[in-house]
Design a protein around this ligand. Structure first.
Ligand SMILES: [Zn+2]
Length: 844
């Protein structure tokens, strides 16, 4: 293995002058980078990747250099250490990999156009210009950019443009920052701008393929988010502007480049007249996430990638804190429970999962760190847990201190704990160590043993797991005062249960608010007590009961068949999160039935029983002034009704389709996807397929695009499935950034599974070449593992992926995913008959 040393140890840059001359026609550019810095050794290495270096000058003199492609380096021999100025000239090519400097493609009135943009996180700045491409190597940057410009084009960057000389755009020198946050973009852009209370210019930029009003929502949220953070952090936004740019080709969701945040179009722009509430909420949280980073990540940056969680976990918590303040009626923390908490609990229960804090050196492995369920979701839960422990006053005071101490510099997790610890007078470092350094989480068993209420903790596994004696410091947050604030020991006894129950007058519960990262296994008596009082519990507590039962069943600690009879109790809840949790459990039952069998008919009848009253109550058409819960519950129950093949639902959806056939985009966005899916599944034809595919290619509305993808991939027709798969590699129809959703859609249908699986095995190399360097790449494997459930598929999965086990960045994913399928196969084998019998018993 090549030894990877940090280049910053031998050369510490203080300032860069970067000149780029970009030609879109030839897809080539030339560059000249001048770096002043402090050389700590006589041989230094500077990062570069795929650059053709033409010359290296040191203090004005040509010097010999060597390229070490293995570690992305140009090595330079210096005459002396100390202050040096390096000037490097080079050539490079624009590639279509969505990394480095790359083109984004779109069509305007039938004409193909492009925007040039950048993506430098994690280590792609080195593909644009030579640099010490490590987060700790902060410096100031002066960018000068020339391109094959024509009238009507705009160029933007982290800082404002200060002058234009001979077609060269000169940007103001940045503040001290990391290379991965540099960004620029140019092309034919439209924008809308406003100013915050404190005078920060805020703008939203997009191609002209969008309606101008699609920029309004983002502009409002961005402005108010910055105002919120300036107040919450008690630290001013440090740059003159904050641009939000939607790029047609974008690999991740969004990227927090300082002053020039880039987004997937679907995560920034929306039609204010017709976008579902949950989509608005999602977009708002994405914007708030990126803007939280402008301080936490950009102003103060993790020292090295092992502390990536510092950036991401924090931004992932703050997006909810901010949106909850901006839009209190949304109850956005409910979304946190259904998305982040649920994802973290699911993935963190698999043996072999990474811990939140991970040692890492290799660039390919750095990209694999971005495990959204762990570094984002679990990490955010850790911080939510801390926030619940210390309260907002201490959180804000600690943050102000942390940002003030480390601004324009770097920090580690320990620095954060020391700042928050000082503000709260708690030893947070010790408490959090058990959560950040260890993978997994505990299940706390609450049981009455010899009349005493006792608690024990043990690591929870979904599937096989090796017990290695891990222990956590668990914030219990019980509703009984007899339970301590923190449970650090393996087991403890709270006292005589009958006395405690009588004194407290309510069922014993742990983890109120579901803010701590553990689940609870109540014994029969305790669980029955909770279930008998279920309607007195708030929505998040009800969701929590369902979520914990589902996980315990996945972990084989309770029987799935025992959960089935409990579900009806939650069916008529008016809370959208309870409905979401209910149908998450119900949908988990689908794996136990063979498609198109009598068992599936019974399961459909069960779905019908659960959903029919709600469908009647809510109907298909959103009503003016209905409450948010109803808006958000409707899609959940309609989806259930259509799975149930409820005759009325199928007919109503078909009628709505027929009436709106010529203007499908105007169907209410919250229900449109079900109307389209129903039509394709139950009334499909080649003609309909062509109509929807053409609409997909034509529309610029991200929500509508995703509805059309969901509808088209649900076709049961083998010929049409074949035609879809042919489109997978046609970037004019399906952009590589969107391909995973198409692949997943086809793979998830009974009729398409084989074809999609054949495709990915046959064209794996193409996929690797197209999106292989991308941090989302491993999720293709996750998608497959989330669907496969038979011993045959398990064997095929192993046969295909085991030879790839040593590919950097794939090892952990393949190992975990193999376990996931194995445990699902075992679970189905063991419990199938009992589950189906339980379902049959209910519907008969
Ligand atoms: Zn982030």
């Amino acid at each position: 293995m090549t030894e990877l040393t940090r280049f910053y140890n031998t050369f510490q840059p203080s300032h860069y002058d970067i000149f780029l001359d970009i030609n879109r026609e030839s897809k080539q550019y030339t560059g000249k980078t001048t770096i002043t810095g402090d050389a700590k050794a006589q041989t230094i290495a500077v990062h570069q990747k795929n650059l053709t270096i033409e010359s290296v000058q040191v203090d004005g003199q040509n010097r010999p250099f060597t390229i070490d492609a293995k570690v992305d380096a140009v090595r330079i021999e210096l005459a002396n250490t100390g202050d040096v100025t390096l000037t490097i000239t080079y050539k490079a090519a624009l590639t279509d990999s969505m990394m480095g400097i790359y083109p984004s493609y779109y069509e305007l009135n039938g004409v193909k156009k492009q925007i040039i943009g950048t993506q430098f996180e994690t280590n792609f700045a080195r593909q644009a210009f030579p640099c010490i491409d490590e987060p700790e190597a902060k410096a100031t940057f002066a960018l000068a950019i020339k391109f094959d410009e024509h009238p009507g084009e705009t160029i933007i960057s982290n800082m404002p443009e200060v002058r234009n000389e001979n077609g060269i755009h000169y940007f103001d020198t940045t503040v001290r920052m990391s290379t991965y946050l540099i960004a620029f973009a140019f092309g034919e852009l439209q924008s809308k701008q406003t100013t915050t209370k404190s005078g920060v210019q805020v703008g939203v930029f997009a191609t002209k393929a969008h309606q101008a009003n699609e920029l309004d929502f983002a502009l409002d949220i961005a402005k108010r988010s910055i105002e919120f953070y300036e107040d919450f952090y008690q630290t001013p936004y440090p740059l003159p502007h904050s641009w939000q740019l939607a790029l047609p080709d974008f690999s991740a969701g969004a990227m927090e480049n300082w002053g020039l945040v880039t987004y997937r179009e679907a995560y920034l722009l929306l039609d204010p007249e017709n976008t579902a509430l949950d989509m608005k909420q999602l977009i708002a949280t994405v914007i708030a996430h990126e803007l939280a980073h402008q301080w936490f990540g950009d102003l103060v940056t993790m020292k090295w990638w092992d502390d990536l969680w510092l950036n991401e976990s924090f931004a992932n918590m703050m997006e909810y804190v901010a949106i909850d303040a901006l839009e209190p009626d949304w109850h956005i923390w409910e979304m946190f429970q259904t998305s982040e908490a649920s994802a973290a609990l699911q993935r963190d229960a698999i043996d072999g999962v990474q811990s939140v804090h991970v040692q890492v050196e290799n660039p390919a492995e750095i990209d694999a760190l971005f495990d959204s369920a762990i570094v984002y979701a679990k990490g955010a839960r850790m911080l939510v847990m801390v926030r619940a422990l210390i309260g907002d006053d201490a959180l804000r005071a600690g943050l102000k201190d942390y940002l003030g101490t480390h601004k324009y510099n770097n920090a580690t997790g320990a620095d954060l704990w020391s700042a928050l610890g000082a503000a709260s007078k708690m030893d947070l470092g010790t408490i959090m160590k058990s959560w950040l350094e260890q993978p997994g989480y505990p299940v706390v068993t609450a049981a009455i043993v010899a009349d005493k209420l006792t608690l024990t903790q043990q690591q929870f596994f979904s599937g096989k797991g090796q017990e290695v004696g891990r222990k956590w410091q668990i914030p219990l947050n019980s509703n009984y005062a007899a339970a301590p604030a923190i449970m650090a020991e393996k087991a403890l006894t709270l006292g005589d249960y009958a006395q405690l129950r009588a004194a407290n007058g309510k069922p014993f519960r742990l983890n109120l608010g579901n803010n701590s990262h553990f689940i609870v296994k109540y014994d029969r008596t305790l669980l029955a007590d909770i279930l008998n009082n279920i309607t007195t519990l708030d929505a998040i507590s009800q969701l929590q009961v369902l979520q914990d039962l589902r996980l315990l069943a996945e972990g084989r600690q309770i029987a799935y068949a025992d959960i089935v009879p409990l579900l009806a109790r939650f069916a008529d809840s008016h809370s959208n999160v309870v409905s979401a949790a209910l149908y998450q459990v119900a949908s988990n039952l689908k794996k136990f039935v063979t498609p198109n069998s009598a068992e599936e008919k019974d399961l459909q009848a069960f779905f019908n029983q659960l959903s029919s009253a709600q469908v009647t109550r809510l109907g298909w058409t959103p009503k003016a002034s209905e409450v948010n819960d109803d808006q958000l519950t409707r899609p959940v129950v309609l989806n259930a009704a259509l799975y149930a093949q409820n005759k009325n639902a199928v007919k109503t959806a078909h009628d709505l389709f027929t009436v709106n056939k010529d203007h499908l985009a105007t169907l209410p966005a919250a229900t449109r996807v079900f109307i389209l899916k129903n039509e394709v599944k139950n009334f499909g034809s080649a003609e309909l397929f062509d109509q929807l595919l053409a609409a997909y290619r034509q529309t610029a509305d991200g929500s509508y695009k995703s509805d059309l993808c969901a509808a088209l991939t649900s076709t049961p027709d083998a010929t049409l499935i074949g035609r879809l798969i042919e489109k997978f590699e046609d970037a004019d129809t399906i952009k590589p950034q969107d391909l995973r959703a198409w692949f997943r859609g086809v793979l998830a249908t009974n009729e398409g599974e084989q074809a999609a699986w054949n495709w990915i095995r046959r064209d794996w190399q193409w996929l690797e070449e197209t999106v292989g360097g991308d941090m989302e790449f491993t999720t293709y494997i996750t998608v497959i593992a989330s669907i496969f459930r038979t011993p045959e598929r398990l064997a095929e999965f192993k046969a295909f992926f085991e030879p790839k086990l040593n590919t950097p960045g794939l090892t952990r994913e393949i190992t975990m995913d193999t376990k996931m399928i194995e445990s699902r196969v075992d679970l189905i084998e063991a419990e199938k008959d009992a589950v189906n019998a339980a379902i049959t018993k209910i519907i008969r």
